[in-house]
Design a protein around this ligand. Structure first.
Ligand SMILES: *[C@@H]1O[C@H](CO)[C@@H](O)[C@H](O)[C@H]1NC(C)=O
Ligand SMILES: *[C@@H]1O[C@H](CO)[C@@H](O)[C@H](O)[C@H]1NC(C)=O
Length: 303
C-alpha cells in the first residue's frame, strides 16, 4: 500500500472513530416527542421550552421534539382550541414518519390533552414505533366540566363552555372545538358514543378496531400521572383512565371497573397483567411538579 493510500485509510478510520464517538456513543438515547396542553404551545420558555431544556440537561445527547401543530407558535396555540383533533393526529403522524431521527422509535410524553392525542398516535400510527407513552395529567376518558382554564385563556373558556352546553355533540361543534372532542357526558352516554368524533373512536365505543388494540399493546409502558389537587380536570379520575359510571355524574369507577377494561376493548387487560400500565400520583395542581419529582419518577422511562 502506498503512503497516500495509507494516509487516506487513516483519515477515513479516524473519521469513523470520531463518528463512533459522537454519533454512536452518545446516541444510545431514545428520542422524546412531547405534545403540549390546551392554551400552551410547543415553545413557550416557561412550559414546554423548559421541559425540553430540562430533559436535554438530564439526558445528554437526547433528541427532543416538542410538537408544533401548524406553522407558527400562534397557530399552534389556536389549534389547541379549534383544530379538528383527528386532523391534528394525522398531521403529527406525518411529521413523525418523516423525521429521520425517529426511525428507530421514540418515547412520547403528553401534557394534559396532549396525552390523549399522543395515545391516538400510538393507536393509529405504529411507524415509527412509540416505546413508552407518558401521560402527564391526560384525560383518557375525557372531561365533563371545564372548571378552570390555564393562563390567559379564560375568555376563550367562557365561550367554550357556552358551546359545550349548547350542544357538544353536534357535528359543527365536534369538528371545530377541540374540547368537545373529548367531552364525555355520562348523562347522555348514547349521544357521546354515537357522535364523539375523537374520544369515542380511540376508546373503541362504537366498534373494536383490532389494529388499535394491537398497536397500543406494543408499547413497553403506558404511564399515567394523576395530580391529586387538580382543579382543572373534571373528574380527575380520567387521568388514570377512570370516569363516572354511565348514566349519572356522582359515582366514579376505576379503569379496571369500566367497560373498556372488563370487555377488553383496547388491550388494557393484557397490558395491565404484563405490568405495562403504570399509575403514578403526585400532590399538586394540574401539571405542577418539581424537577426532583420528575427525575425520580418519569426520567427512568426516558432512558
Ligand atoms: C446523535 O446525536 C447528535 C447530538 O448529540 C445528533 O446531532 C445526531 O443527529 C444524532 N444522530 C441520530 C442518528 O440520532
Ligand atoms: C382501524 O384503525 C386503522 C388505523 O387507524 C384504520 O386504518 C382502519 O381503517 C380502522 N378500521 C376500522 C374498521 O375502523
Amino acid at each position: 500500500m502506498g503512503l497516500s493510500a495509507a494516509l487516506r485509510l487513516l483519515a477515513v478510520s479516524g473519521c469513523l472513530l470520531l463518528l463512533c464517538g459522537s454519533s454512536w456513543g452518545n446516541n444510545a438515547t431514545v428520542p422524546l416527542v412531547i405534545w403540549h396542553g390546551m392554551g400552551d404551545s410547543c415553545c413557550n420558555p416557561l412550559s414546554m421550552g423548559s421541559i425540553k431544556k430540562m430533559v436535554e440537561e438530564e439526558v445528554p445527547g437526547i433528541y427532543v421534539l416538542s410538537l408544533m401543530i401548524g406553522k407558527t407558535v400562534v397557530q399552534d396555540t389556536e389549534n389547541g382550541f379549534f383544530m379538528d383533533v383527528n386532523e391534528q393526529v394525522s398531521f403529527v403522524c406525518d411529521q413523525l414518519s418523516q423525521d429521520p431521527k425517529l426511525k428507530g422509535g421514540y418515547n412520547a410524553m403528553g401534557f394534559s390533552q396532549g396525552s390523549q392525542f399522543l395515545r391516538a398516535v400510538a393507536q393509529r400510527c405504529p411507524d415509527p414505533p412509540m416505546k413508552n407513552l407518558i401521560s402527564v395529567g391526560g384525560q383518557h376518558q375525557g372531561v365533563f366540566g371545564l372548571p378552570r382554564c390555564p393562563g390567559e385563556s379564560s375568555h376563550i373558556c367562557e365561550w367554550i363552555r357556552k358551546m359545550l352546553n349548547s350542544g357538544a355533540y353536534t357535528d359543527t361543534v365536534q369538528k371545530h372545538l377541540v374540547q368537545a372532542q373529548y367531552w364525555h357526558d355520562p348523562l347522555n352516554d348514547d349521544l357521546y358514543k354515537k357522535h364523539s368524533l375523537f374520544l369515542a373512536d380511540i376508546n373503541q365505543e362504537r366498534v373494536v378496531n383490532e389494529t388499535y388494540k394491537k398497536n397500543l399493546m406494543s408499547l413497553n409502558k403506558f404511564v399515567m400521572v394523576k395530580f391529586l389537587q387538580d382543579t382543572m380536570v373534571d373528574p380527575v379520575d380520567s387521568e388514570w383512565f377512570g370516569f363516572y359510571k354511565p348514566g349519572q355524574d356522582k359515582e366514579l369507577e376505576t379503569l379496571q371497573e369500566s367497560a373498556i377494561y372488563t370487555e377488553d376493548r383496547l388491550g388494557l387487560v393484557e397490558m395491565d397483567s404484563a405490568g405495562k400500565l403504570v399509575f403514578l400520583a403526585t400532590d399538586g395542581d394540574h401539571l405542577q411538579f418539581t424537577r426532583e419529582w420528575f427525575n425520580d419518577n418519569l426520567l427512568p422511562y426516558l432512558r
